[in-house]
Design a protein around this ligand. Structure first.
Ligand code: NDP
Ligand code: 8X3
Length: 266
């Protein structure tokens, strides 16, 4: 059997959720440089517009955006209707389920319903909704990939992280189940699970408290959004016979959850 050495993303449709900041925006830029066609979704449409402009300059063959709230089935369906109309008869090759995040760092005893619900909605149900809606559009036997963004938190629990850890553990098991369900279709499925990365993640977790957010990364050298974007791109561009099931990626300064090296302040 003749094997490709790399999967070309030139002119392929790539759908990225949570493309308005962090990993999603950086991934959009990385895929743009390969000549991909981008479908970008998130709730902050003004941000998406800016990302789309940047990606067109970076080489994207198309950069289309539409409001998307992965916590709402109706919003997911409207987004997919938009995607279907723009793609015409073409297939989708890459689905990046990246939208999500943490809300609060409270113990179970002090936890708030709205934070719990937001985390389960975006990190778990959002992945399910998008995947269900996108599956009919994904190319069969032609190098398509579903790439989910998990976390070290889905593999190791920490105090204050109960629901976020549960949500990302859910994402991990959904990825593993999908891998089995899609066996034989040629659609690849995997998860990329980062450790500490400096994006808007902590600002969202701490509800806009910049000082608390900065404290998470103080004295250490965290991952960047570009590091994760490069990893996503590497996974998507493996030849079609190669499925990268799971990647755990952490800063060198992080040996495990809660096991972090911080340089003393000068
Ligand atoms: P950011 O906060 O920078 O980005 C999160 C993105 O998700 C934003 O584009 C946001 O867009 C989008 N989003 C959140 N909720 C929804 C929703 N309901 N519907 C649609 N879009 C949504 O953080 P990161 O880039 O770091 O996070 C990306 C993913 O990586 C998340 O799943 C996060 O859990 C995960 N992760 C992050 C790590 C880190 O340390 N940074 C480590 C491991 C995993 P908008 O608000 O405009 O809707
Ligand atoms: C983000 C990493 O350790 O803050 O998923 O939960 S952590």
């Amino acid at each position: 059997m003749k094997r490709q050495t790399r999967f070309s993303l030139n002119n392929k449709w790539v759908l990225i959720t949570g493309a308005s900041s962090g990993f999603g925006a950086a991934a959009a830029e990385a895929f743009a440089a390969t000549g991909a066609k981008l479908l970008l979704g998130a709730r902050r449409v003004d941000r998406l517009e800016k990302v789309a402009q940047t990606t067109l300059k970076a080489g994207a063959k198309a950069a289309l955006f539409h409001s998307l709230d992965v916590a709402e089935t109706a919003s997911v369906n409207a987004f997919m209707q938009f995607a279907r109309a723009k793609m015409k008869q073409a297939a989708l090759h890459i689905l990046i389920n990246n939208a999500g995040g943490a809300h609060g760092l409270d113990t179970v005893a002090a936890g708030r319903d709205e934070d719990w619900e937001a985390m389960i909605q975006s990190n778990v149900l959002g992945v399910l909704r998008l995947t269900r809606a996108a599956l009919p559009l994904l190319a069969r036997d032609d190098g398509a990939s579903i790439i989910n963004i998990g976390s070290v938190a889905g593999r190791t629990a920490y105090a204050g992280g109960s629901v976020y850890c549960a949500a990302k553990a859910g994402e991990l098991q959904i990825t593993r189940a999908l891998r089995q369900e899609l066996l034989g279709t040629g659609i690849r499925v995997g998860t990329i699970d980062p450790g500490l990365a400096e994006t808007e993640f902590s600002l969202v977790r701490f509800k806009g408290d910049q000082q608390k957010a900065d404290g998470v990364y103080e004295g250490l050298n965290p991952l960047t959004a570009a590091d994760i974007a490069e990893t996503i791109l590497w996974v998507a561009s493996r030849p079609p016979h190669v499925n990268i099931d799971e990647i755990l990626i952490k800063p060198t300064d992080q040996a495990d959850v809660g096991k972090v090296f911080r340089r003393p302040r000068k």
